[in-house]
Structures are given as structure tokens and as C-alpha cells.
Design a protein around this ligand. Structure first.
Ligand code: F6R
Length: 369
């Protein structure tokens, strides 16, 4: 049931504040400490580990790439993020001190399931981040943290993605507490940031007219590029994936720092480039580097669409369009910056007359290899 929305995708995007809020519910105590009830009594899975390997496919893998920054910063453990199908077909070094975290909305993706089984056989501890109660991957894992996004019907993932990042951040904070990696007040600050996310997403949804108009203006684009840096990098990749899947437009995401190492050769007059701009309050240096990237490509004729926080005036002279997101601590920006990119891809697909819920050639759950 689309509940009055024109598509499941529109409905699911509108449910993103709830997807995050429901994933947080019951997992942050009165002191702002993350205590995940499903992980009660399972501390021994996490105390001895010296490495985390995240395995997933597609959008779920980008949620993992985003969470790597938080896991390393808060829990102080090295994290590798791998595509399940690449992980499976080499001989990855997995030991009993490795925690393999799989991410899967459906819990049935065959490559991810087989990677989890392989990791278990090698003695690794396994944790599943999953949106589907009782699915195969959580059943094959030592522990599970469910995302509570509710059923996702549209083939392209939207609300599950923000719920996955939320669950992974909760897990990172849980892990940091269990391992004594951070003082309680630092952890409580991050919980407060998480709790503030749903209302911020709701603000973005209320102010999405700019994005809708932009998508209509850009409906004959042949290629669109996405740049990001730090946690903005996986968001650039996700923005590009959404546009490929929904609007069948060639799209690529790059780490902004890579521009000079090749991708800048693609810039010609009129080339649209989305840039996820990091907050100047998080790192003035990263912010100014991305602003110089914008200047460099603008000088070569790129059409810049900047996604920047409220009040960031540095982008104004160089951007053709600025999409604003509410202020948030740097690690939380992905949960906001991805929303306009999802809406953009959906609206552009609608402008082209495409079926946004069921893009060609794709299946919701990839249960074959
Ligand atoms: C993209 C998308 C896919 C899935 C991927 C993993 O919009 O939906 O890339 O994210 O197939 O699926 P799950 O999470 O079910 O393992």
C-alpha cells in the first residue's frame, strides 16, 4: 500500500525520519549511553577483536564505507570494507580476532550470506546488520542488530540506507563503551547527535522543492558526476548509484582528492557535478580543499550543484545551485546529505517517465550469485 504516495519510493523517502528514529528507539539509555539489548551478554564477541571487516553489496556497502569513519574514530579498531563477492573469491586473512560485520537490508543476498559462512568457518565472530526479522544472514550470524526501517518495497534502497548507517553508528558507540575506548561524555555527545537526526531529515524533506526543480531542469543530462571527501565520499558514490539505477544516466562518484589524478579530464563546459561539501566547522582544511576543487572544475566550465550546510557562504560564488542541509557534527552529515541525492534521482526518473519503484533489469533481493 502506497499510503497515498505516487510511488513506494516517495513513501519510503518520506519515512526516513521514522526509519532512523525507530532504529534508535530503546537503544540509548537515560545517560546517553548506547546499550543495544540484542547484544546483552555478547560482550565476549567484541572484547578480543583486533580488526573489523565489513561485507556488503551496493548501497549497503556504501553504508559500511560511511560507518568505517565512525567505527575507527570511536571504537579505535581498524576497519576494512569489502564487497561480499570480492571477499569470497580470494583468500582473505580472517582470524578468531576478526569481527565480520555484514550489512543487508533483505538478509538474503547470496554473496553476502556465503561470505558470512566463509568467515564463520575461519573462526571469525559475525554480526549482521539487517532489516528483515529472521532472514537467513542474521540466522547464520553470532549476533544481529536490526534496522527498523520497516519493509522496503521500492527496488532502490533509500530508508534502509539511513537506517543501516544509524545501526552501525549505534554499534560503534556500543563497541566503544564495551571496550572502554572513549569517556562516557564523548559517547553521550554522539548519541545526542544521533537523536537529532530524524528532525533534521524532516527539515530537508520539507525543503525539497529546489531539488525537484533541479531534477526537472536536468532531465536530459547524459552524465552526472559526484564528488565528496571523507564521509562525503561514500555519499557521492551512493548519489551516483541512485542516479544510474533510477534514471539510467551514466553517473560516477569520486573522492574529491582524486580529481587531479584523472577525473578532472572529464570536465567540459556544462558538465553537471554534485559536490558534497564538508562542514567548515568540522575541518576548515578539508572544507577549503573541497572549495578549491569546486573552483578548479568551475573554471573548466562545470555546472556545480553544492550540497552544503546552512550558513556556509564560501560555496556561494562558485556554485550554480546550493542545496542546504542542517548543521550537524561531521560524521552525521552523510545521513543528511544523501537525502537530496535520493530525491534528485527519483525526481529525474519521474521527469523521464520511468518506473521509480521497479527500474529495469533489477531485482530487490539478489539471491543468486
Ligand atoms: C541499491 C540497492 C542495492 C542493494 C544491494 C544489497 O539501491 O538497493 O545495491 O543495496 O543489492 O542488498 P541487501 O541490502 O538486501 O543485501
Amino acid at each position: 500500500d502506497k499510503g497515498g504516495w505516487p510511488s513506494f519510493m516517495a513513501k519510503e523517502i518520506s519515512e526516513e525520519p521514522d526509519a532512523v528514529a525507530n532504529t534508535l528507539r530503546g537503544r540509548i539509555d537515560a545517560d546517553g549511553q548506547v546499550v543495544i539489548p540484542e547484544l546483552n551478554g555478547l560482550d565476549e564477541l567484541f572484547v578480543d577483536i583486533n580488526r573489523i571487516v565489513v561485507i556488503a553489496c551496493g548501497t549497503a556497502a556504501y553504508a559500511g564505507q560511511t560507518a568505517k569513519y565512525a567505527l575507527e574514530k570511536w571504537a579505535g579498531i581498524p576497519v576494512d570494507v569489502e564487497l561480499s563477492h570480492e571477499f569470497r573469491y580470494r583468500e582473505p586473512v580472517i582470524t578468531p580476532q576478526t569481527l565480520v560485520v555484514s550489512i543487508s537490508q533483505s538478509g538474503e543476498t547470496m554473496d553476502t550470506l556465503m561470505a558470512v559462512k566463509y568467515a564463520s568457518e575461519k573462526g571469525a565472530k559475525t554480526l549482521s546488520i539487517c532489516n528483515t526479522q529472521g532472514a537467513t544472514i542474521p540466522r547464520e550470524s553470532d549476533a544481529v542488530v536490526y534496522t527498523h526501517a520497516g519493509p522496503e518495497v521500492a527496488v532502490a534502497s533509500t530508508k534502509a540506507f539511513v537506517a543501516q548507517i544509524t545501526a552501525l553508528y549505534l554499534f560503534a558507540l556500543h563497541l566503544a563503551r564495551v571496550r572502554g575506548a572513549q569517556p562516557a561524555d564523548v559517547l553521550a555527545e554522539q548519541s545526542a547527535e544521533l537523536l537529532a537526526v530524524p528532525a533534521k531529515i524532516a527539515t530537508i524533506l520539507d525543503e525539497s522543492d529546489v531539488v525537484e526543480q533541479l531534477a526537472h531542469w536536468m532531465s536530459d543530462s547524459r552524465a552526472v558526476l559526484f564528488l565528496g571527501r571523507h564521509v562525503g565520499f561514500p555519499i557521492a558514490l551512493e548519489g551516483a548509484l541512485k542516479l544510474k539505477e533510477l534514471a539510467y544516466i551514466h553517473a560516477e562518484g569520486f573522492a574529491a582528492g582524486e580529481l587531479k589524478h584523472g577525473p578532472i579530464a572529464l570536465i567540459e563546459p556544462g558538465q553537471p557535478v554534485f559536490v558534497v561539501v564538508p562542514s567548515p566547522r568540522g575541518s576548515a582544511m578539508l572544507h577549503s580543499k573541497v572549495v578549491s576543487n569546486i573552483q578548479e572544475i568551475r573554471a573548466r566550465g562545470a555546472r556545480i550543484i553544492a550540497i552544503a550546510e546552512e550558513g556556509d557562504a564560501a560555496v556561494l560564488p562558485f556554485a550554480d545551485t546550493v542545496i542546504r542541509i542542517p548543521l550537524a557534527a561531521p560524521l552525521f552529515e552523510p545521513l543528511l546529505a544523501v537525502i537530496p541525492l535520493q530525491i534528485f534521482a527519483m525526481e529525474l526518473a519521474i521527469a523521464k517517465g520511468l518506473d521509480v519503484d521497479q527500474p529495469r533489469n533489477l531485482a530487490k533481493s539478489v539471491t543468486v550469485e
